[in-house]
Design a protein around this ligand. Sequence first.
Ligand code: ADP
Ligand code: MG
Length: 332
Amino acid sequence: MRVGEFELIDKIRRRANIGPEIRLGIGDDCSSIVVPPNCELLTSTDLLLEGVHFCLDWTDLRSLGIKSVAVNISDLAAMGARPVSLHLAVGLPANFSDEQVEQYLNGIFAGLDRYKVSLTGGDTCRSGGPLVISVTVQGVCHKDRLIKRDGAVAGDDLWVSGTLGDSGLALRLLQSNKTLPAFLADRHFRPEARAELGEQLGNLGLATAMLDLSDGLSGDLGHLLKVSAVGASVNMDKLPLSNEFLIELRKDQSLLDLAICGGEDYELLFTAHPDKRPCVEQLSEEMNLPLTLIGTITGDQKLQFYKEGNLNYKPENSAFDHFRSTGDSSLE
Ligand code: ADP
Ligand code: MG
């Protein structure tokens, strides 16, 4: 890298758009956001480590920039919040070229434009080892409209957005040296956060509990059930699957497990009272985004999957394996 730290920060600053809520952006010791009346400020951070969360042999840097933004925005969407500001901390490997940095930033700014978020700060360092990325996002939500994980009650419907398992399938294909269809490559390398859906669910007060799917439906739903002290019954025949997923599934039925155990879907999983069904269906139509009823919340604190002819479906591999070598998911 020939460009120095301050020159790089200055370049970043010149490209950063500053939205109306931002009082101070890049350039001071802290950024400052004006929070609208009756709103709360929400904050979330994600770490992306080369060799753990991504592999530079597989992803291009622009896509990685897009993904760095999306996976964080997804956490705000999962609370019903509107994203406002983003901080980007990077440890850049010494052998990175100016062009590589530029490509990564192009992806970051494409992501910021997509979600209309301001880049308001960060930190820039050289890394002695691999590429290290830490992104922090902040968003706002009306104080009475926050959707947490602990609000699901027995009898609620269980909904999921989009389609499941595409990213996990992409990873599986990559690991077997297969070429990815464009749709699966997009889903894996350039995921979209369901920002508008999350915000709408927050504004309309439709969901009782919600989270975003990053580690696979089975595990993530488990978190929601635990904190809500309820159980769920999920109909495997109802899981929304893309055409690309179905093509592979026809060749190998065991891939169905990826729809519940594959990671990085970044879809929203939420619960809602059955009375809200017409409203959820209308929202799905208005947003032109599938919202699928996949199950019911139960009172027995158990998570059960069923399928026609198999009332107690057990996934074969419940661990999301990404680049993990230890199989320990507690750190991710
Ligand atoms: P400090 O020494 O106070 O940490 P820095 O020199 O690291 O300040 O950063 C100067 C300004 O540039 C700060 O406002 C910081 O938030 C911002 N900044 C640094 N790196 C980045 C980056 N990668 N992206 C966005 N803003 C950055
Ligand atoms: Mg600093």
